[in-house]
Each structure stands twice: as C-alpha cells, then as structure tokens.
Design a protein around this ligand. Sequence first.
Ligand code: SF4
Ligand code: SF4
Length: 168
Amino acid sequence: MLDEVKGFSVTLKRLFAPKVTQQYPDEKRAMMPRYRGLPSLRSDPDTGEALCVACGLCARICPTSCLDMNVVPSEEGDRELAEFILKSGRCLFCGFCAQVCPVDAITMSQEYELTVMERDGLVYTKTELATIGGQSPIWWESGVGPENQQTNAPSYYDPFRDKGAELY
Ligand code: SF4
Ligand code: SF4
C-alpha cells in the first residue's frame, strides 16, 4: 500500500511541476559543452588561414577511415592541404581526430542537424568544414577541465568540474 502511495505521489508531483516543452526546431537547446557533433576544421582567426599542417594523423587514427586528404607541395616547398573530405555517414563522432591533431586544426563542432535527402550530402569538403568550424566553439575550451574552471559552463557540470583534475 505504501508503495502505491509513493508511486502516486510522484505522479502528482510531476502533474503540477512546470512543463518543459522545447519548440524544436524553432527553439534549440543549448548543447552540452563537450558535445561531439560534426568534426570541423579551424582557421587562424587573424589570418583566416587553415590551421591544418597536412600531417595526416587524423586520417590515420580515424577508426572508420572517413577522412580523405589531398596533400600537395606548397610554394615554400612544404606540404599543403589541397582538399579535406569528411564522409560523415561513416563518422562515429568519437573525437579521436580532434584529440590527435597536433595543432588543434580539427575540432568537434556542435553541429547535429545532419540529415540529408541525398547521400552526396553526407560528404563535406574542406571549405564546408572550415565554415562550420568557424562558427562553433571548441569543445575543450568550453568549460570542462582543470584549465577552464572559470568559464560559463552550465552549473550542472559543477560536480564533474570538481573532479576535472582526476579525469584529465
Ligand atoms: S570523429 Fe572519429 S570517426 Fe569521425 S572523423 Fe573523427 S576519428 Fe573519424
Ligand atoms: S591531424 Fe590536424 S594538422 Fe594533421 S592533417 Fe589532421 S587536421 Fe590537419
């Protein structure tokens, strides 16, 4: 009997609690700071030049081989990234590519509306990835981790933040 009363009390509580209905897609929820959306490319904010040094590490570590790169010799005799392709249909959103990049040129964006009508739409080029990367914050600068304690990460991350030193 007591169990039934307890059960009904939960129902009653929820009945009068304020309803939270998100009017998606008109209203979008703020994503979690470390949400891993579509991988994207970052550029130098001052010069606008891609940060990628065409080392190929991201493509090598990618578990699903969904990154393709076309690297050409640069005018300075170095390596230059001519094209960078992401086949997002295969991407696991694991974030390995972003973790391994030595110059933080590839980052997990917060882009999640990835539905397309044609399969071709799942292929992102360097320019498209750079456009997405330019709009989105960088996941590891978004407030979780010992070096970013003072940022505006949501308060429900606080317990996690307190343990940042152990986790990183
Ligand atoms: S997030 Fe993972 S699966 Fe997707 S491109 Fe990066 S390494 Fe590959
Ligand atoms: S790991 Fe970084 S620098 Fe190297 S190819 Fe990938 S994005 Fe470019």
